[in-house]
Design a binder for this molecule. Structure first.
Ligand code: ATP
Length: 313
């Protein structure tokens, strides 16, 4: 395994950000870390990159223990943080040269790497322009190129498409797929299901710093076996919650405080939706919104955590 993360823990004061994460990623694999805001994804990525020291647990990259061989191991790792690491006044090429020199690259080798990473992110034609003229999506693509400049074997991507236009998003996806085909191990964090479903062969669902499920997107979905009915109601359910829970096929009812959102996990969500609307109608509870989620990672996530992936965003 190219990456071996074992029993990672990290607290900030009283707050436990990561509480015992273990996973491995092979060369050529794109591994998804999926979880809502605050799940501990960024803290995990920072521990994998050697930027934050775990309170407990270990990280091995290509067999090298990060805590013991920090310099050697860190050279094998590229990180693309959520925050942009670009100098707006410099051109894309000069930004890449700056970062490349920090990794000890120079001369022809540096020029080759700059050319190669600009190709991967689709910015080869724009390399000489000052970055302040780039769109937000192009700046994010340059951020990705910076993470690749020293030719790492493991790439850590922390929500690389947040706030990115569709064209840049596609370009980022294509770049990542190309890198994976070339044998790079990739960890991709996101709270966008469609992204991990498209990119990742294996996904870990994290919540509250813990791994709540792991598998291929298909395995996770088939394990769940049922879908969800999500309703937005006008007033609290009170005893009506019991009536919903008693409907045939209903596995669980979850009410989110304050938002009026009610999530019903069910074996036959379409039939349950019809029956639930009838129950709510009789109880004179107004329904403002209805959403049906057939078996999907979103359904798996809600069942496992009782929360939507995008609660707070
Ligand atoms: N430097 C820090 N000091 C104190 N608390 C922190 C710090 N960094 C993260 N936390 C807390 O640790 C928890 C996990 O945060 P983290 O940023 O790892 O989550 P995340 O899954 O990446 O979330 P997001 O999707 O919002 O980036 C949160 O409760 C967060 O407030």
């Amino acid at each position: 395994m190219l990456l071996d993360a074992c029993d990672l823990h990290k607290s900030y004061g009283e707050r436990q950000a990561v509480a015992g994460l273990t996973f491995q990623v092979a060369a050529g694999e794109i591994f998804g870390l999926l979880g809502p805001n605050g799940a501990g994804k960024s803290t995990t990525i920072k521990m994998l990159a050697g930027l934050v020291r775990p309170d407990r647990g270990s990280v091995r990259v290509a067999g090298l223990e990060l805590a013991r061989s920090a310099c050697e191991a860190k050279r094998l790792v590229g990180i693309v943080p959520q925050e942009l690491a670009v100098y707006p006044g410099l051109s894309a090429r000069d930004n890449l040269a700056f970062w490349g020199e920090l990794y000890g690259l120079s001369g022809r080798r540096l020029a080759e790497r700059i050319g190669a990473v600009l190709e991967v992110v689709g910015l080869a034609e724009r390399g000489r322009e000052p970055v302040e003229r780039f769109s937000g999506g192009m700046q994010r693509r340059l951020n990705l190129a910076i993470g690749l400049i020293h030719e790492p074997r493991l790439l850590l991507l922390d929500e690389p498409t947040v706030g990115v236009d569709p064209q840049s998003r596609n370009r980022i996806f294509e770049g990542i797929e190309q890198l994976s085909r070339a044998g790079m191990a990739i960890v991709y964090t996101s709270h966008y299901l469609e992204e991990v479903e498209r990119l990742c062969r294996r996904v870990a669902i994290v919540d509250g710093g813990r791994l709540v499920a792991e598998g291929t997107p298909a395995q996770l979905q088939s394990g769940a076996g049922h879908g969800l009915v999500v309703l937005t109601v006008q007033q609290p359910l009170e005893e009506t919650a019991g009536a919903l829970a008693a409907l045939a096929g209903v596995v669980g009812v979850h009410q989110e405080e304050g938002s009026g959102r009610v999530t019903i996990a069910a074996e036959r969500p379409q039939q349950v939706l019809v029956a639930a609307l009838e129950v709510l109608g009789k109880a004179e509870i107004g329904v403002l919104g209805v959403q049906l989620i057939e078996s999907s990672l979103e359904a798996v996530f809600l069942q496992l955590t009782g929360r939507s992936l995008r609660d707070e965003s």
